[in-house]
Design a protein around this ligand. Structure first.
Ligand code: 5GP
Ligand code: MG
Ligand code: MG
Length: 179
């Protein structure tokens, strides 16, 4: 275990099993369709990489980067596009792939933004959900795990850009968050 980690919330094995199940569900729901997964950088990148290898229908990728928390752990509510999609999503079956839905503000913005581009369908897949923190109503179609209100890192998620490469989802020691 990494020396900055207080506890592991979700192990590699738990994540692997759940990501497999999500891939199966998506495969079942999109029979005879092509999927365009839109990964939200950078947090969703590890999840997306594992998820798509468990999807058995033709799957295309695009990516978007938006600003969210900046350096801290509290939502600003302000969303800014740092990198937009490469191509039009008009007429495509889009699945937004997120690392975590917290207040829901980022996702609400993304959904509105993408709906305006005329996809054939639009669904949300997130690895983690913190339902107790929700400020706006967003519908999550595929959720890996609901977790308590704790700031987590690993498996793509960062604290000040660190810890994204941890293979599990963990909570850091309080002194690390205090800096
Ligand atoms: P929301 O707009 O739903 O409040 O926040 C969404 C974004 O905030 C996530 O995509 C993620 O980047 C960041 N975030 C929210 N909660 C956590 C957390 O517990 N850990 C980390 N590393 N990022 C989080
Ligand atoms: Mg995110
Ligand atoms: Mg972050």
């Amino acid at each position: 275990m990494h020396p900055h980690v207080e506890k592991i919330l979700l192990s590699e094995e738990q994540i692997k099993e759940r990501v497999y199940q999500l891939g199966q569900e998506i495969t079942k729901d999109y029979q005879d369709k092509d999927i365009l997964v839109v990964g939200i950088l950078k947090g969703a990148m590890i999840f997306l990489a594992d998820l798509v290898r468990n999807i058995e229908v033709p799957t295309f990728f695009d990516f978007m980067a938006v600003s969210s928390y900046g350096a801290g752990t509290v939502s600003s509510g302000a969303v800014r596009i740092l990198k937009d999609l490469d191509k039009s999503i008009e007429g495509k079956h889009v699945i937004i792939v997120e690392d975590i839905v917290d207040t829901g503000l980022t996702l609400q913005y993304l959904v509105e933004n993408m709906k305006a581009r005329g996809p054939a369908s639009l669904k949300i897949c997130t690895l983690l959900d913190k339902p107790s923190r929700r400020k706006v109503d967003v519908t999550v179609d595929y959720n890996g795990f609901s977790i308590p209100d704790e700031f987590v890192v690993g498996y793509g998620l960062d604290f000040n850009e660190r810890y994204r490469n941890l293979p599990y989802i963990a909570v850091l020691k309080p002194e690390i968050y205090r800096g």
